[in-house]
Design a protein around this ligand. Structure first.
Ligand SMILES: C[C@@]1(CC(=O)O)C2=NC(=C\c3[nH]c(c(CCC(=O)O)c3CC(=O)O)Cc3[nH]c(c(CC(=O)O)c3CCC(=O)O)/C=C3\N/C(=C\2)[C@@H](CCC(=O)O)[C@]3(C)CC(=O)O)/[C@H]1CCC(=O)O
Ligand SMILES: NC(=O)c1ccc[n+]([C@@H]2O[C@H](COP(=O)([O-])OP(=O)(O)OC[C@H]3O[C@@H](n4cnc5c(N)ncnc54)[C@H](O)[C@@H]3O)[C@@H](O)[C@H]2O)c1
Length: 280
């Protein structure tokens, strides 16, 4: 079977999400969306909201009130913080904020075809096939990207299982064949990738990258050289070699990269290292 899916990483602080349905499936989808993108801008339309989802949103809101809000966008690219879209002539039944600058606004009523107009991305998560089909038809007529939860044949995009380790984001899909495998593989990767060390490794690599001078090819050569050991350790199938000196792979790489970062002069210390092709 071929697998022609094309992954991309959305900035949900810059896109407006509409979620139709706020029961069990809505809670499942939104919990993963907000876990990965707590700065998302979400409008929910559903006559009622499940207690679990309410509890989740209340928790985000409580944190937002107790923690200092980060006024600038989380991704660190700068740019304007966009305000959440809303149906201006209607009173929402609930409104929640997150410490990361996200907003969730709930309108307690049935879905209307025009609702899709405020959104870039539309997710239907109701238990009623005819409602999901109406959402699909309205969203597609307005050329919105559409996910009809748990109905692959109607999805423009699938939601994936997500691993976040600092700046590293890994999205997993099984092309719709086994969401349970996607979940298990996420759990496997989460256990394999220690949070702090993976973040440190990437932070060190950024520092190293920022210090590099020279032309593009020279930079690529040096970055390839300093990251080469990551692959070198995995090439050995002996599991003992994946964890040299009792450290896990990423931990060891983070330590090695930290010393390279500290000692990296403007000119390459790594001349003569393997000249790998840039992975582009
Ligand atoms: C990854 C994840 C992301 C998320 O939801 O955010 C996600 N499903 C998750 C869990 C999960 N979903 C289901 C179970 C029950 C066990 C089982 O069936 O396996 C479990 C496991 C559990 O809950 O433990 C039921 C289910 N799901 C779909 C169908 C319909 C069908 O297959 O035809 C049915 C049958 C419904 C029924 O029988 O009524 C379809 C889809 N589910 C997808 C995503 C998309 C494909 C992803 C991919 O390419 O792999 C796709 C195509 C569309 C979409 O929804 O975007 C999230 C894991 C998050 C995590 O833990 O990390
Ligand atoms: N991933 C999964 O497959 C998964 C996850 C959780 C639960 N489930 C199963 O699915 C079953 C149903 O869960 P669910 O979330 O689909 O149903 P649900 O009954 O929990 O929630 C339905 C939601 O749709 C909303 N809704 C109904 N009519 C609407 C309309 N016209 N416009 C807008 N919103 C409308 C309701 O207000 C409610 O918020 C559960 O019993 C559970 O067994 C599956």
């Amino acid at each position: 079977m071929t697998n022609p899916l094309y992954p991309a990483f959305f900035r949900l602080d810059r896109l407006q999400l509409l979620v139709v349905g706020a029961g069990e499936v809505g809670e499942e989808k939104l919990s993963f969306i907000l876990k990965s993108s707590p700065n998302a801008r979400v409008v929910i339309v559903a006559p009622w909201m499940g207690e679990e989802l309410k509890g989740l949103l209340d928790n985000y809101d409580k944190q937002a009130r107790t923690q200092e809000q980060s006024p600038l966008d989380e991704a660190g690219f700068g740019g304007d913080v966009l305000t959440a879209a809303r149906f201006t002539h209607e009173a929402p039944a609930g409104e929640w904020r997150t410490a990361a600058g996200g907003t969730v606004i709930w309108y307690a009523r049935r879905f209307k075809a025009k609702d899709v107009e405020i959104a870039d991305l539309v997710i239907a998560a109701t238990d009623l096939k005819e409602v999901n089909l109406t959402v699909h038809a309205s969203a597609k007529a307005a050329r919105r990207l559409t996910n009809i939860a748990d109905t692959p044949s109607l999805c423009d995009f699938y939601l994936g299982s997500i691993v976040t380790r600092g700046p590293l984001k890994i999205a997993i899909s099984t092309n719709g064949q086994s969401p349970t495998f996607a979940k298990r593989f996420r759990q496997f990767l989460e256990a394999e990738l220690p949070d702090l060390e993976t973040s440190n490794l990437l932070d060190n690599l950024k520092t190293f990258r920022d210090r590099l001078t020279g032309d593009f090819r020279a930079k690529v050569r040096q970055l390839n050289a300093v990251t080469n050991s990551l692959l070198a350790s995995t090439e050995d199938s002996n599991p003992a070699c994946r964890c040299p000196e009792g450290e896990c792979l990423v931990e060891a790489a983070a330590n090695r990269t930290a010393s390279s970062t500290i000692s990296a002069p403007a000119a390459s210390p790594l001349e003569g290292a393997p000249d790998n092709e840039p992975e582009r």
